[in-house]
Design a binder for this molecule. Structure first.
Ligand SMILES: [Zn+2]
Ligand SMILES: [Zn+2]
Length: 144
């Protein structure tokens, strides 16, 4: 069974299920938030990713240019570590494994998302599929 654990010294996240989507994100919001050119992003079903101390989360819009958007960046109110992206509509919870305290063996992303020719750098050539959005078969789950 999968065991994925993230978080900081104050807040712990855990899933016994695998992510429902696991991609390398080239979108501009991820770039702005993480400072990384490409961000490894894993989507879990909302009810699969558990948070032990949600009362310690500090919530802010994930996309500062879309403050009413569904996704909130949740950081630890004690130490500032990013913990998860939470979905106000309760469809998904999002992990960025390399920034949110996950094990180094976290499953590799299966594809590249939101790369297009405007990015100004070469199309990824690591063998994984490259899409200009999410993979075509992905759809958001129903709210939990
Ligand atoms: Zn992104
Ligand atoms: Zn903390």
């Amino acid at each position: 069974m999968a065991e994925h654990n993230g978080g900081c010294a104050h807040i712990h996240t855990h899933s016994s299920a695998e992510p429902i989507d696991n991609h390398m994100c080239h979108c501009n919001v991820c770039k702005a938030v993480t400072g990384q050119q490409i961000t490894h992003v894993a989507f879990f079903n909302y009810s699969d990713l558990e948070v032990d101390h949600p009362e310690l989360l500090k919530r802010q819009p994930f996309n500062k240019d879309n403050p009413d958007g569904a996704l909130e960046l949740c950081t630890c109110s004690v130490c500032g570590t990013p913990i998860l992206l939470d979905d106000k509509q309760h469809r998904i919870r999002v992990a960025v494994p390399n920034l949110m305290g996950y094990e180094a063996s976290f499953p590799k992303a299966t594809y590249h998302a939101f790369w297009d020719t405007t990015k100004g750098y070469a199309k990824p050539s690591d063998g994984r599929p490259v899409f200009e959005a999410f993979r075509p078969e992905f759809s958001m789950p129903q709210p939990a």
